[in-house]
Design a protein around this ligand. Structure first.
Ligand code: AMP
Ligand code: MG
Length: 426
């Protein structure tokens, strides 16, 4: 377990007062590691969980050569180019789940259903609709099929003993189905991550509190709750914590005991008169950064240790949009790493900007965008209007974040920009 100082020393060009967004990700990748514990779950319970070991197939899928169509099975060696083939229809049918018992000889064919085991002596299926049947006599028209057509081979999906899914994969619907197709009733996954969060600031009201001058209702706990829940994380909501050393100390200690990570919002900016930063320093090994980004900028990161157990701290800024953006840009990838996920950089789409965007090189900007598809099929993105870091509505209207990279300058109408889509993320 490296200290903040050790990680900082190992990073090229580390400047806590002007940290590039990519350096933040590199730092966090060194700070956090996957949870050690795993558990065995039934397949239905494993949706969205992360595989803790490779799944090796105990069987071949499909387990036999079988037909991909309803039709007639025969030995394709008898086919000759440009020639129709006459075959004698054998007695009985090869059903899915009920094999045809005999063996087809030369000049013979067997009626076969999709999924049925290929009868002995056959390797080709001609679909029903291609052939003429006359009494017991079948005619395969010239060049209707080639040898081996419409036959699914044993192990075509997966051979016994081969890895079907790799450790670190998040189990979506297809993976659940694949595990079940191997006959495996259970699967080993990493335990769920536990994350505690609280909001700080004396001006922050909880729902149910009467409005008062200068105070705002807490929204950060709700966005953080939503963002964490989407990741399948077990959340521990610790409410709003008063800006008072004893309350903050108790909250940090309790969170560090209970959770793998702690997310706070507020109280980490430069001119803060409050006690949040002081308490983070006192209880942990914490770095305080100014990140070259917008929105965002101030952030505290490190470990809080309580009774020999340490918990990763993400001290996010207070502004509601900054909370969501720093979460998506930095906290989410770090938590995914803790959950045991393989590297999972979000896929960025390219869209044409519908408007000019002012952008200073030397910082990463995340503008809230609405991506739509034009009649000609190209993607177009416009911003949601006022991009103030306190304007949560800009986030609520958006379907993605326009990512203007560190070195990038102004964007002209029609220029391509990168967009991190929310779909599947938040
Ligand atoms: P701070 O980072 O503490 O300086 O807060 C920056 C701005 O975000 C201030 O205007 C705060 O009132 C606002 N803010 C801080 N925490 C919250 C919260 N939990 N919900 C809504 N707004 C907040
Ligand atoms: Mg504050």
């Amino acid at each position: 377990m490296s200290t903040i100082e050790q990680i900082a020393a190992a990073l090229q060009g580390y400047d806590p007062q002007a940290l590039a967004a990519t350096s933040v990700n590199q730092f966090l990748a060194r700070l956090v590691s996957p949870v050690a514990e795993s558990e065995t779950l039934g397949v239905f319970d494993a949706l969205d969980r992360v595989l803790a070991e490779d799944v090796v197939s105990p069987i071949s899928v499909p387990p036999h050569d079988n037909s991909a169509m309803d039709g007639f099975a025969f030995d394709g060696a008898q086919l000759a180019p440009g020639q129709p083939l006459m075959l004698q229809l054998a007695e009985g049918t090869a059903w899915a789940g009920k094999a045809w018992a005999g063996s087809a000889g030369a000049g013979e064919c067997v009626k076969i259903m999709t999924g049925a085991i290929m009868p002995a002596g056959t390797d080709t299926v001609v679909p029903l609709e291609f052939v003429r049947v006359d009494g017991g006599q079948l005619t395969v028209p010239a060049d209707a099929v080639r040898r081996g057509d419409n036959r699914r081979l044993l192990g075509e999906d997966l051979m016994a003993g081969r890895p079907a899914l790799a450790r670190g994969q998040t189990l979506g619907p297809a993976a659940l189905g694949l595990i079940a197709s191997l006959g495996l009733p259970t699967v080993r996954v990493f335990r769920r991550l536990k994350v505690a969060y609280f909001s700080t600031g004396d001006e922050i009201l909880s729902l149910g509190d009467a409005p008062r001058e200068g105070a705002v209702y807490d929204s950060n706990r709700y966005t953080v709750f939503g963002l964490l829940s989407r990741l399948g994380i077990e959340v521990i909501d610790m409410g709003v914590v008063r800006d008072e050393p004893a309350a903050l100390e108790a909250a940090f200690r309790q969170a560090a005991r209970a959770a793998d990570a702690i997310i706070t919002s507020g109280g980490v900016s430069m001119g803060e008169a409050d006690h949040t930063k002081a308490m983070m320093k006192q209880l942990g090994d914490v770095a305080f950064w100014r990140i070259a980004m917008r929105p965002g900028r101030p952030m505290a990161v490190g470990r809080i240790t309580e009774a020999g157990k340490s918990s990763i701290l993400f001290g996010l800024p207070g502004n509601p949009v900054a909370v969501m953006v720093t979460f998506l840009a930095f906290v989410r990838p770090a938590l995914q790493r803790m959950m045991g996920c393989r590297e999972s950089d979000p896929v960025l789409l390219k869209a044409h900007s519908a408007e000019p965007l002012r952008k200073k090189p030397g910082r990463t900007e995340y503008q809230r965008g609405i991506v739509s598809r034009e009649a000609d099929g190209t993607l177009r993105v416009r911003t949601t209007g006022n991009q103030g870091s306190g304007v949560l509505r800009s986030m609520a209207l958006a379907n993605g974040l326009i990512v203007l990279h560190h070195g990038q300058g102004n964007v002209a109408v029609g220029d391509e920009v990168d967009v991190m889509m929310f779909d599947g993320v938040i």
